[in-house]
Design a protein around this ligand. Structure first.
Ligand SMILES: *Cc1c(COP(=O)(O)O)cnc(C)c1O
Length: 429
């Protein structure tokens, strides 16, 4: 393994062209791949040989870009998915099925909460949501004999809580299950969850990784550190033969570093097909090439905006883990000393009505169901992404009904602050 710094991996990771090959990652826009004999192809179907046969399972462009993200996270294997939602679903469904149970932080993305609490519940998988600030005892009490994983977000969207990796990973491992972490908001530039005890990482690549609001996508990365074979009765899908591939046992054939992602690819992609297109993977890679440069600027702008907001009498509360005095400042310093994220949340003294007036008068920041983009945007979660939640669920998710989520882009911080000030001036006029 090359010992490159993250900046170099962002630019050059995953793809090393040979003599005379394209400098840019080629878009292999092909659904299928040609073989000389049926026998050669049969070996692929039996997982005896590795290679491409159909882009619903694997595509070379997607694999190249997944390899870059894998390198950035310091993992052993990775796969792209069609969206962040698909990544969250696969990450859990790969090791849990009907009758199983998952412990999750309650401060997670609204779409993920819905996936877990409503849709996966219909599949017979139950979730217990624990507040991220719970004590270790409360966390331990959430586990059941059928618990298969623990889930949390490095920096929660939009609550901006910081995951206490030590607490969550120690609890997960003491109960013999992996910690799965959605690292979308921090990105591997600011935090590498595997260095803090996480076993699996997921991403919505739609956000900072793409960074330009151009392509929806997701990614799953395995650290290769969780020893499934210690718990064969708990993870039979990984530790016992898969009859749909003539009796392959993933942990035996692909080892601790490859079993989890291989299983997710050959079973879940085969059966559900939430693939990323090669075209989207190419666009994602363009974003990754500047991720390290952009993240520094997103964070610099967010800190400037957070400071300006916290000094303004019309704002009742500012939430930004990079701001001194923030509830999660110390955890952020511990796990992300170089920067956190570009998103700032705040509440206005005039409540929900003031928030609405403020938002519609912004000139640079656009109202969007999106974050983590080069262009500044903002959102009122309670009336959009989180509108399916009750007030109690909103409170538990750390998203009060008057919260504004402000995603700082790459513009001038001075212009962003001037825009915020003039929009605040419109309240009560
Ligand atoms: C957006 C988001 C998701 C969902 O990703 P999509 O690409 O929109 O499916 C999951 N987790 C977090 C933290 C997100 O911000």
């Amino acid at each position: 393994m090359k010992n490159w710094k993250k900046d170099t991996v962002c630019v050059q990771g995953g793809y090393t062209p040979a003599n005379g090959e394209p400098r840019q990652v080629p878009i292999i826009q092909s659904t299928t791949f040609k073989y000389a004999t049926s026998d050669a192809m049969g070996k692929l179907f039996d997982l005896e040989a590795s290679g491409y046969f159909y882009s619903r399972l694997q595509n070379p462009t997607c694999d190249t870009v997944a390899a870059k993200i894998c390198e950035l996270e310091g993992g052993t294997a990775a796969m792209l998915t069609s969206s962040g939602q698909a990544a969250s679903f696969y990450a859990i469904f790969n090791i849990a099925s009907c009758g199983d149970h998952i412990v999750s932080s309650s401060t997670i993305y609204g779409g993920t909460f819905n996936l877990f609490a409503v849709t996966m519940k219909r599949m017979g998988i139950e979730f217990t949501f624990v507040p991220p600030d719970c004590t270790r005892e409360e966390l331990d009490a959430a586990f059941r004999p059928n618990t298969k994983a623990v889930f949390g977000e490095t920096i929660a969207n939009p609550a901006l809580t910081v995951l206490d990796f030590d607490k969550f990973s120690e609890a997960a491992h003491s109960h013999g299950v992996p910690l799965i972490v959605d690292n979308t908001f921090a990105t591997p530039v600011n935090c590498r969850p595997f260095e803090w005890g996480a076993d699996i990482v997921t991403h919505s690549t739609t956000k900072y990784m793409d960074g330009h609001g151009a392509a929806v996508g997701g990614c799953i990365v395995d650290s290769g550190k969780f020893d499934w074979t210690k718990y064969p009765e708990k993870y039979p899908g990984l530790c016992t033969p898969d009859e749909s591939y003539h009796g392959v046992t993933y942990t035996e054939r692909f080892g601790p570093g490859g079993a989890y992602i291989t299983k997710a690819t050959v079973q879940l992609m085969r059966d559900f097909g939430a693939v990323q297109s090669p075209q989207s993977a190419f666009i994602l890679n363009l974003g990754l090439e500047s991720l390290h440069v952009r993240m520094a600027r997103h964070c610099e702008n967010a800190l400037a905006v957070a400071k300006a907001l916290s000094g303004d009498g019309r704002i009742s509360r500012v939430v930004y883990p990079g701001l001194i005095g923030d509830k999660y400042y110390d955890l952020a310093q511990k796990y992300m000393p170089d920067g956190t994220t570009g998103v700032v949340s705040f509440t206005l003294k005039g409540g929900r009505a003031a928030a609405e007036t403020f938002m519609k008068n912004l000139k640079i920041a656009a109202i969007e169901t999106h974050v983590a983009d080069a262009r500044t945007c903002c959102l009122h979660p309670a009336s959009s992404t989180h509108r399916q939640m009750t007030d109690e669920e909103l409170a538990a998710a750390g998203v009060p009904s008057d919260l504004v989520r402000f995603s700082c882009g790459l513009e001038s911080a001075d212009d962003l602050i001037a825009d915020i000030k003039q929009a605040l001036d419109c309240i009560g006029k």
